[in-house]
Design a binder for this molecule. Structure first.
Ligand SMILES: Nc1ncnc2c1ncn2[C@@H]1O[C@H](COP(=O)(O)OP(=O)(O)OP(=O)(O)O)[C@@H](O)[C@H]1O
Length: 257
């Protein structure tokens, strides 16, 4: 892990820093109709680690990710990303932080239909006004297995290939943190395995941080640590658990929730 951290430092040009969440709370709505989506969540994600977040539907997983991405404002608590406390940042600063430090992969690939796979991958660089690193586009495309399809548009790619393009796009800025919300939800098992192996490799080989929300114990088993939420609260965590350990804990949580 030490080697991975040193590599990450060389890649990003700045020392990787942990993501630190303290006392995070978020309530939607007011009065009788209000929903407490998060209640006092504490979480630290170290550089060079892979963390999965699991929990029953409505347990607050997406709200947690959205707060981390600055897409939702928490009611209380702090979030440090890349050494910066984000709650005081304005929309423009948050957008820059997201673009430069965080790679996001959602279940819906959100690729631009009119652009080739290569242009989709390099889009974050273009949006940031940076020059296109064509070699990195090729390297990432090779790593995710879409090197041969770089000239094609999304409609000419399979779901698995589109998701891999979306992952390459999330990695093109060499973000410290990669946030993935059900990235394998719509993939066949071979494509899902390839995507998870790639996320694992960016942690092991590049020292990046991955935060994965998933309902799938097999996907969560790829992580170093799995955190379980229920009713917006931290319930349990397991390190290095097998898919069956994780499934058993999730089932217990479902019974409690
Ligand atoms: N914009 C919103 N307005 C009102 N309530 C919301 C909003 N977003 C989420 N909630 C509520 O907050 C709670 C947590 O939702 P969240 O989407 O974070 O859960 P989740 O664990 O990601 O669920 P799932 O696994 O089904 O995606 C739920 O009760 C949900 O109905």
């Amino acid at each position: 892990m030490k080697r991975a951290r040193q590599q990450a430092t060389a890649l990003a040009g700045v020392p990787p820093r942990p993501v630190v969440v303290r006392g995070l709370s978020k309530t939607y709505g007011r009065g009788a109709a209000s929903v407490k989506a998060l209640s006092g969540i504490d979480l630290t994600v170290e550089p060079g680690t892979f963390t999965a977040i699991m929990g029953p539907s409505g347990s607050g997983k997406s709200t947690l990710l959205n707060c981390l991405l600055g897409l939702e404002r928490p009611d209380a608590g702090t979030i440090h990303l890349g050494g910066q406390e984000i709650s005081g940042l304005g929309e423009t600063e948050l957008a820059v932080l997201r673009r430069s430090r965080i790679g996001v992969v959602f279940q819906a690939f959100n690729l631009m239909p009119a652009l080739s796979a290569a242009d989709n991958i390099s889009l974050p660089l273009r949006l940031a006004g940076d020059s296109i690193d064509h070699q990195l586009v090729e390297e990432l495309a090779m790593a995710v297995g879409v090197r041969e399809t770089l000239a094609r548009r999304p409609a000419e790619l399979s779901g698995g290939q589109q998701q891999r393009v979306a992952i390459a796009r999330a990695l093109i800025t060499r973000p410290e943190l990669v946030v993935a919300d059900e990235p394998t939800g719509s993939l066949d098992s071979a494509s899902a395995e390839a995507v998870l192996a790639l996320l694992r490799s960016i942690v092991d080989e590049r020292g990046q941080q991955v935060l994965l929300v998933t309902h799938d114990p097999k996907a969560a088993a790829v992580a170093d640590r799995v955190i379980f939420l229920a009713d917006g609260r931290w319930q349990d965590e397991v390190s290095g658990g097998s898919a069956s350990d994780i499934a058993a804990r999730l089932a217990r949580l479902g019974q409690r929730a």
